[in-house]
Design a protein around this ligand. Structure first.
Ligand SMILES: NC(=O)c1ccc[n+]([C@@H]2O[C@H](COP(=O)([O-])OP(=O)(O)OC[C@H]3O[C@@H](n4cnc5c(N)ncnc54)[C@H](O)[C@@H]3O)[C@@H](O)[C@H]2O)c1
Length: 295
C-alpha cells in the first residue's frame, strides 16, 4: 500500500503496547485509526490521547475470541469512517509454563485469542476490503515465538507459529486482489503482555494472574518484557512493512541466529532422510509441490 492519507486502519488490541504503537505510526502517516479492544476504558483513553496528537481516532469494543463481536466492531468501524484499508490483527495474550501445569481453559483462551482471533479478523475484513476495490493490507501480529519455540512457551508458540503459517498462505491468496499481508515477528517489546490475565474473560477463568511463560518467575517475565524495545518504534517498523508490502516484519535483527539455528537443524534432518534405508523403497514420491494459488 502506498497511499495512507485519509484511509482507515482497524487495530485489535489497539489500546495498549504494540497496537497503540501501530495506531500512532499509522495515524502520523495520515490514516484514521480505529482502536478496537476488549478493554473499553483503555480503548477510549487511547483514542483520546491520539486525538490530542491530531490523529483521527475512534474506539470500539471487540472481543476477538468471538466472530460475532469482530463482525459487529467491523460494522461500527465502517459506520465511523466508511472504508477500511488496513487491518492489524494484533490482540493477543501470553500463557506458558512447565508441561502439565497449563489449564485446559487457558489453552482454549490463548488459541481463541491469538489464533482464531486472527482468523476472524481476516475472514470478516477481507470481503469488506475487496468490496471497495481500493486495495488494502493485513498485519498479523505473531512473534519471534512464531519462528522458534523455547521451552515453557508452547501454548504461545503454537498460536504464533499458526499465525505465521496462515499469513504465508493468505498473502499468496490475496496478492491478486491487491491486498497485502504481513506477519509481524517482534522480540521483547515494552508492553503489558506479561499481565495478559487482566483481560481474561470469565468463560476462560476470569481476570487474574497468569504465567505468561516468558520468564522462570513472574518477576523475571516482567523484567524481560519491560526491558524490551519501545512499542512506538515497532509501530514505525510496521508502517515500513506495510509501505513495502513485506511478508515478514522483524524488529530484532540480531535474533536472526535463533531462526538460523532452527532452520539448520531442519535442513540437516532432510539431509539425513536422504540417506534413509527405509525411504530407499519409495518408487513414486507423488506430487512435488502443493498448489500455491486458489482455483
Ligand atoms: N510485548 C512483547 O514482547 C511481544 C512480542 C512479540 C509479540 N507480541 C504480540 O503483540 C501483540 C500485542 O501485545 P502487547 O505486547 O502490545 O501486549 P498488551 O497486553 O500491552 O496489549 C494487548 C492488548 O490486547 C487486548 N486484548 C486482549 N485480549 C483481547 C481480546 N480477546 N479481544 C480484543 N482485545 C484483546 C488487551 O486489552 C490489550 O489492550 C500480541 O499479539 C502479542 O502476542 C508481543
Amino acid at each position: 500500500m502506498k497511499e495512507f492519507k485519509g484511509r482507515t486502519a482497524f487495530i485489535t488490541g489497539g489500546a495498549s503496547g504494540i497496537g497503540l504503537g501501530m495506531a500512532r505510526a499509522l495515524g502520523r502517516a495520515g490514516m484514521n485509526v480505529v482502536i478496537a479492544d476488549i478493554d473499553q476504558n483503555a480503548a477510549k483513553a487511547a483514542a483520546e490521547r491520539l486525538a490530542s496528537e491530531q490523529i483521527k481516532a475512534s474506539a470500539v469494543f471487540v472481543d476477538v475470541t468471538e466472530r460475532a463481536s469482530v463482525r459487529s466492531a467491523a460494522l461500527d468501524a465502517v459506520a465511523a469512517f466508511g472504508k477500511i484499508h488496513v487491518v492489524c490483527n494484533n490482540a493477543g495474550v501470553a500463557v506458558g509454563g512447565p508441561l502439565g501445569t497449563i489449564k485446559e481453559r487457558d489453552w482454549d483462551w490463548i488459541i481463541d485469542a491469538n489464533l482464531k482471533g486472527v482468523v476472524y479478523g481476516t475472514e470478516v475484513f477481507a470481503p469488506l476490503i475487496r468490496s471497495h476495490g481500493e486495495g488494502g493490507h493485513f498485519v498479523n501480529t505473531a512473534s519471534m515465538a512464531g519462528m522458534v519455540s523455547p521451552p515453557g512457551m508452547e501454548p504461545y508458540c503454537a498460536t504464533k507459529f499458526a499465525v505465521v503459517a496462515m499469513s504465508e498462505g493468505w498473502a499468496a491468496q490475496m496478492a491478486p486482489l491487491d491486498i497485502g499481508v504481513s506477519v509481524l515477528c517482534p522480540g521483547f517489546v515494552r508492553t503489558r503482555i506479561h499481565e495478559s490475565g487482566r483481560a481474561r474473560q470469565d468463560r476462560y477463568g476470569g481476570s487474574g494472574v497468569v504465567d505468561p511463560g516468558v520468564g522462570a518467575t513472574p518477576s523475571e517475565a516482567a523484567q524481560n518484557v519491560l526491558s524490551g524495545i519501545d512499542p512506538d518504534i515497532v509501530g514505525q517498523r510496521v508502517f515500513e512493512g506495510i509501505r513495502d508490502n513485506d511478508l515478514y516484519i522483524f524488529t530484532h535483527p540480531h535474533f536472526k541466529e535463533f531462526t538460523q539455528t532452527r532452520f539448520n537443524a531442519i535442513l540437516a534432518a532432510f539431509d539425513k532422510s536422504a540417506k534413509s534405508e527405509a525411504l530407499k523403497q519409495v518408487k513414486d514420491w507423488g506430487p512435488m509441490v502443493p498448489r500455491t494459488t486458489p482455483d
